[in-house]
Design a protein around this ligand. Structure first.
Ligand code: ZN
Ligand code: ZN
Length: 331
């Protein structure tokens, strides 16, 4: 069968690889759709810290079970050990020896993929495209759940990329008044027009942003700030946008150490949290929200390509001028 392999940073190659064989406790999925995300693009660029090459990318997946009844499936690509402290406390999303399919181990840019039975989630009536979008949306849904977002509170989402958009959608579903901040006007327009986000702020300076936030919230400032940029400056400035008593959640990942003014952190009695991956509960929440029409997954797809084309199209998706929100590969 064919696989698309990232052999070294900057290089994608189609190769023939052996088909997976049946194994106890595992199933074989005929891959139908693969969503492309920032992690894949960073892996291709060589800027992802924990990547080893060669690697088959692809962790936002949907497909049909070989020997199944024809129902479509998605997978939870975070394979956990089941016995570490995090796993035993119901947090397999931050398992101490987690293996993410398409990151730590080979992923779904293949015709057939062997996956642990425990990772399979039946799709109900959802389409293959919707099912390939469950994972990226679940990342945002998890961050919103971590924050414990309550109806009526102001939630600031920093970064209007794919993860930020999902976070906004699930903060809205939780009843929040969503504010978003980005440096890209095209993305802010997308939030207003396609997601119905009322308050968008073009990030020019920290002072101007704080003024805009004070204006929108009638001086109160957001009680939740969620970073979806992974940008060091954004992470460090985000604290100054938070109301006293608020929660600050970091979904975006940054390689460097970050720092805050301790008095600023202290005087707010800030609750600081990271948010990693997602759990089955988040996947189910996303799928339920899709089925009940609270979130339209197809809104997020801006580019569609066949498996044959992805090798040559991939590089172009790194260019911000292409306006890629979510590219979807079809097998
Ligand atoms: Zn992803
Ligand atoms: Zn574990």
């Amino acid at each position: 069968m064919r696989a698309l392999i990232c052999s070294t940073p900057g290089k994608l190659e189609y190769k023939e690889v052996p088909e997976p064989q049946p194994e106890l406790g595992r199933s074989i999925l005929k891959i139908r759709k693969v969503g492309i995300c920032g992690t894949d693009l960073h892996a291709f660029q060589g800027t992802q810290p924990f990547f080893h090459y060669p690697r088959i990318l692809g962790h936002e997946l949907s497909g049909d079970l070989v020997g199944g009844t024809g129902e479509a499936y998605t997978i939870m690509p975070y394979y956990s050990c089941g016995h570490c402290v995090a796993c035993l406390h119901g947090k397999p999303n931050c398992c101490s020896s987690i293996q993410v399919c398409g990151v730590h181990i080979d992923g779904g840019m293949v015709e057939y993929l062997s996956v642990p039975d425990s990772a399979l989630i039946p799709g109900g009536r959802l389409s293959h495209e919707a099912l390939a979008l469950v994972e990226p949306l679940a990342i945002g849904a998890h961050g919103v759940r971590r924050a414990g977002v309550q109806p009526g509170e102001y939630v600031l989402v920093m970064g209007a990329g794919p993860i930020g958009l999902g976070t906004m959608a699930f903060a809205s579903i939780a009843g929040a008044k969503v504010i978003t901040l980005d440096v890209n006007q095209h993305r802010l327009d997308f939030c207003r027009e396609r997601l119905g986000v009322m308050h968008t702020i073009m990030s020019i300076s920290e002072v101007a942003t704080a003024d805009d936030l004070r204006h929108i919230t009638a001086g109160q400032m957001p009680t939740v700030v969620i970073d979806c940029t992974g940008n060091l400056g954004a992470i460090q400035h985000g604290l100054s946008y938070l109301a006293h008593g608020g929660r600050y959640v970091l979904i975006g990942l940054q390689k460097a150490a970050f720092s805050f003014s301790h008095p600023e952190f202290h005087k707010r009695e800030t609750t600081l949290m990271s948010s990693r991956n997602a759990t089955k509960e988040d996947f189910e929440h996303v799928m339920h929200s899709m089925r009940s029409g609270l979130v339209d997954p197809l809104t997020f797809i801006t580019h569609r390509v066949s498996f044959d084309e992805v090798g040559k199209e991939f590089k172009g998706w790194l260019d911000p001028a292409k306006g890629v929100i979510k590219a979807m590969v079809e097998l």
